[in-house]
Design a protein around this ligand. Structure first.
Ligand SMILES: [Zn+2]
Length: 71
């Protein structure tokens, strides 16, 4: 028995191939694709908060970060 698959799917990291639970939400906007008030959300685990955040920040897309609270 495992406790996986309970009610309320946990937020999983958006990094390719990563299955860790996300702890941070990165809210971003690509002005070439999105209107100014639009926000896309990437979820990141502890290991990927930096890499995903740097990727967005380097392109000027990163708008906000927010903590993801577990259930
Ligand atoms: Zn990750």
């Amino acid at each position: 028995m495992t406790d996986a698959g309970g009610p309320g799917a946990a937020a999983v990291c958006s990094a390719k191939g990563c299955t860790q639970i996300a702890t941070v939400a990165l809210l971003w906007n690509n002005p070439k694709l999105h209107t100014a008030d639009r926000r896309k959300t990437w979820l990141a685990c502890d290991a990927h908060t930096r890499t995903l955040g740097d990727f967005l920040a380097a392109r000027g897309f990163l708008r906000e970060t927010a903590a993801v609270d577990g259930p």
